[in-house]
Design a protein. Structure first.
Length: 255
């Protein structure tokens, strides 16, 4: 974008033809050379030879084709660099565990905001958030994210997550707000404060299919809470956008 094609080609050709071999033995700084085995711009033998010519250089080969260090599998690249700088392997910053995910959002929020105006809507939204968080504390839920008028939370038990969703629905109803909720139980990967994985996507898609004041769950959740006294109504099989297969969904009738 910043030069002509002919000038870019000339620069690239100059870079490829430039020979650093005669001066590499003079390098005295600690050196790390990382190379992708599938890199077709610079061959493996050239990279290995460079490492041999620099006294005490460390050399690491990583799978992949990317010539640029900031694309593709960057985690592997960063792990090698961190070990070179600190002398220790990077500790994994994620953990996978079974969890029940809960998504909620306000039904007709755009229309209601237009009716109330920005200031009154902000007050109402603040009250909604406060009431939702009180129920999360009550049922020991963990708030993962809040985006606009929706909440994403995780629980270590599906029955408690269902009861929390129903309590949330009831808590905001008397301030003129209706919410929808969706739940799924599966393996979730926790990275710092974030939660990711297929189970998260499923939960979000289920919530999008719920009707006003409805708590919708997958068959996984329904099966896990058998004997808990929670009642369900069958809502049939559905395809969830971006998720394989069809999913049997159930609406909570009483909790």
């Amino acid at each position: 974008m910043s030069t002509t094609p002919s000038a870019a080609a000339a620069t690239l050709r100059w870079n490829l033809q430039f020979n650093m071999g005669p001066v590499l033995s003079a390098v005295q700084a600690r050196t790390l050379i990382v190379h992708r085995t599938g890199n077709r711009l610079i061959d493996l033998e050239s990279a290995r030879a460079t490492a041999k010519l620099i006294s005490g250089a460390q050399y690491a080969e990583l799978p992949g084709d990317d010539d640029l260090p900031y694309v593709g599998d960057t985690d592997a690249m960063l792990d090698v660099i961190q070990e070179f700088l600190t002398g220790a392997h990077a500790a994994p910053d994620f953990d996978r565990s079974l969890a029940t995910v809960l998504f909620t959002d306000i039904v007709g929020s755009t229309q209601k905001a237009g009716q109330l105006g920005d200031r009154r809507w902000r007050y109402l939204l603040d009250e909604h958030h406060a009431r939702i968080r009180r129920q999360l504390d009550r049922f020991r839920g963990h708030e993962v994210d809040t985006a606009g008028d929706g909440f994403f939370a995780t629980f270590d038990g599906p029955a408690r997550a269902i009861r929390c969703a129903c309590a949330m629905r009831d808590a905001v109803r008397d301030i003129g707000i209706e919410i929808r909720a969706g739940l799924h139980t599966g393996e979730v990967e926790f990275r710092g404060t974030a939660a990711i994985g297929l189970a998260v996507h499923v939960g979000a898609r289920v919530a999008a299919l719920a009707q006003a004041s409805e708590v919708l769950v997958t068959s996984t959740v329904q099966m896990l809470v058998l004997g808990s006294g929670i009642g369900f109504a069958d809502r049939g099989r559905h395809r969830l956008k971006g998720v394989p297969d069809q999913w049997q969904l159930f609406a909570v009738e009483h909790a």
